[in-house]
Write a protein that binds this ligand. Structure first.
Ligand SMILES: [Fe+2]
Ligand SMILES: [Fe+2]
Length: 273
């Protein structure tokens, strides 16, 4: 099974740039083309929040058009820039469309080796995230219902301190309880997040956790408590999680135009040195 993960697509209304600088729509189109050109096609696309920039219907309509060429089944969770109600109307190929107070789900297709749990970390009106008691109780139940199937958890706000101070200031409340909970469930194969706009890996409650790069701009790498809130235009990308039969193996795909591929060997079979 191959799973692509987009994150923090931050789509604006047509013709508008994010922060007057970032053409998030063109960058997402580049990611769509890149994934379509992969020699192995994903079985599933995850999007880990901040799908649009301010949560307007106009932005979601734009997002819908950009994603239209992709026919993979999709699972998404909201980020702090999203509106849960508006985003319900966007996707034509969502496997699950939660309708309760929170956008949470536990889903496995019969032919999948993995179960996917989606968590809603949005604290409405705030940039920081929250896993309240209601959401944690739901998670506890979902995990207890199936203690064996390898499970991938997707959520927007990462449940760990990254070191980038201004992002940690808008981090996740409730992460200690989350850590205690996931520690009890060793079938959690991987926890994937967004929000940081860069690829960061850590461990929470003994489980592997990582944030994905945005398909657009990048939060500046500055691991300081007083780091300035800045972004840069490093090569953007997405993650590819491959199930090898036992574990998930994660590859980082860059979506820019790069030289190559070039052969390692000459036609004679000699290694080029
Ligand atoms: Fe974001
Ligand atoms: Fe975010």
């Amino acid at each position: 099974m191959l799973i692509a993960q987009f994150s923090d697509t931050h789509i604006k209304p047509r013709g508008r740039l994010a922060y007057n600088k970032v053409d998030t729509a063109s960058m997402l189109r580049a990611a769509v083309s890149h994934v379509q050109a992969l020699p192995q096609q994903p079985d599933l696309l995850l999007i880990t929040g901040d799908l649009v920039d301010v949560g307007d219907a106009e932005e979601y309509e734009h997002l819908k058009d950009i994603l239209a060429p992709l026919t993979y089944p999709m699972l998404v969770v909201p980020g702090n820039h999203d509106d849960r109600l508006t985003m319900q109307h966007v996707f034509h190929n969502l496997l699950v469309k939660p309708e309760g107070e929170f956008w949470q789900f536990s889903h496995q297709e019969p032919h999948w080796p993995l179960r996917i749990i989606g968590l809603d970390t949005v604290n409405t009106g705030h940039s920081g995230g929250l896993l309240c008691q209601a959401r944690l109780s739901w998670l506890e139940q979902a995990l207890s219902n199936d203690p064996y199937t390898p499970t991938l958890v997707m959520m927007h706000h990462p449940p760990f301190i990254t070191g980038i101070g201004h992002m940690d200031d808008i981090g996740l409340s409730g992460r200690e309880a989350f850590s205690d909970l996931v520690r009890q469930h060793d079938n959690i194969e991987l926890i994937v997040c967004g929000h940081l706009h860069r690829n960061i890996r850590s461990r929470v409650g003994g489980r592997s956790v990582m944030t994905a790069h945005s398909t657009a701009h990048t939060v500046q790498l500055d691991i300081a408590p007083d780091a300035q809130a800045m972004f840069s235009m490093e090569p953007s990308g997405y993650l590819l999680h491959w199930w090898n039969g036992t574990n998930l193996v994660t590859h980082h795909a860059h979506t820019g135009k790069f030289e190559g591929p070039h052969p390692f060997f000459e036609e004679s079979g000699q290694l080029i040195v």
